[in-house]
Design a protein around this ligand. Structure first.
Ligand SMILES: Nc1nc2c(ncn2[C@@H]2O[C@H](COP(=O)(O)OP(=O)(O)OP(=O)(O)O)[C@@H](O)[C@H]2O)c(=O)[nH]1
Ligand SMILES: [Mg+2]
Length: 300
């Protein structure tokens, strides 16, 4: 992912989240294209709540950019893990033909849908677009994951299980709870990721250990209650901000341990600018909240 795609803010009107029950938007993918009270997140072992009933109401949103080698394998693994789910590939016109390959998969399997976007606009934008499509189609649970095998598809039933069972509104695949780990990362990247999570945890006062990861399962109504407008679409900060907004919306957040693997193909896109941006945005989110609290107190 290029840096330029990481730090944009979603314009208000264009990215408003639809009601889950809303009719499909006109730009719906082609048919082969087709608040409860807040609580402490609990770290639970995988397997504690199997995704019994993870049916057609579960959508997996998979953003892709130049993932032609990974896509067929990961798509098969996702649908093996969640056979009744819908897989939505969100492709930003990948030059390597990932979008065409996704269309081929969709032509062969009605569970696969494809959202084509005109060009590379960054991971956050792709996710928000995919979320909007899934919610407009009535998704009850929405999973987000990377296509590069950093997120193990075999974990999907455990990830979505608590959402389907009604015991959590957001489940985060966490590297930083007991049982979670990262393999193949150098010490530098480990420190940045863990340090970023810790910084955000302290500054935002969020009781979540892995705030920078992108392997998550959302209750559809929780996702729909988050205003997408104004969300910073940068890759690193996007994950933090979405979890922060979920918490503000009163979501019950849970972390389950995962083993995170570095991508098999390609190189890291992490840069100093992305990290600095994330730190600045985290502080500004906190200040925004403090100011809102002070305005509220002033009115009382
Ligand atoms: N649609 C879309 N997908 C993207 C974009 N950028 C990245 N992706 C996908 O988002 C997922 C995560 O991107 P990565 O490039 O792996 O980001 P990362 O994990 O932070 O960095 P790496 O160290 O390179 O793995 C992958 O499935 C990518 O193909 C984008 O601009 N648009
Ligand atoms: Mg990756």
């Amino acid at each position: 992912m290029s840096d330029d795609a990481r730090d944009e803010t979603i314009p208000a009107a264009a990215d408003a989240a639809p009601e889950p029950s809303a009719a499909p938007a006109p730009d719906e993918p082609r048919a082969a294209d087709a608040g409860p009270p807040g609580g402490e997140p609990a770290a639970g072992p995988p397997g504690s709540e199997p995704a019994a009933g993870a049916g057609p109401g579960t959508w997996v949103v998979l953003p892709t950019y130049n993932e032609v080698e990974n896509l067929p394998v990961i798509a098969a693994a996702i649908l093996e893990a969640l056979p009744a789910a819908t897989l939505l590939v969100v492709d930003d016109d990948s030059p390597d033909g990932t979008g065409r390959l996704a269309d081929d998969l969709a032509a062969k399997d009605p569970r696969v849908r494809v959202r084509h976007r005109p060009g590379k606009a960054g991971l956050g934008r792709a996710y928000l677009d995919g979320f909007r499509v899934a919610l407009a189609a009535g998704a009850e649970s929405v999973v987000q994951m990377d296509a590069d095998f950093s997120h193990d598809p075999a974990v999907l039933p455990d990830l979505v299980g608590p959402v389907v069972a009604g015991t959590a509104d957001l489940v985060i695949g966490s590297r930083y709870v007991k049982g979670g780990k990262v393999v193949d990362w150098g010490i530098g990247r480990k420190v940045i990721s863990r340090g970023g999570s810790l910084f955000a945890r302290v500054v935002l006062g969020l009781p979540v250990h892995d705030l920078t990861g992108g392997f998550k399962a959302w209750r559809g109504t929780t996702l729909a209650s988050i205003p997408f407008s104004g969300v910073h679409a940068g890759g690193y900060v996007f994950q933090i901000e979405m979890t922060w907004r979920a918490k503000l919306a009163g979501a019950r957040i849970r972390e389950i341990p995962i083993t995170f693997q570095d991508r098999r193909v390609g190189s890291s896109k992490m840069s100093r600018r992305i990290i600095v941006e994330a730190l600045v945005v985290v502080v500004s989110l906190r200040l925004e909240r403090l100011r809102a609290g002070m305005r509220g107190a002033g009115r009382r």
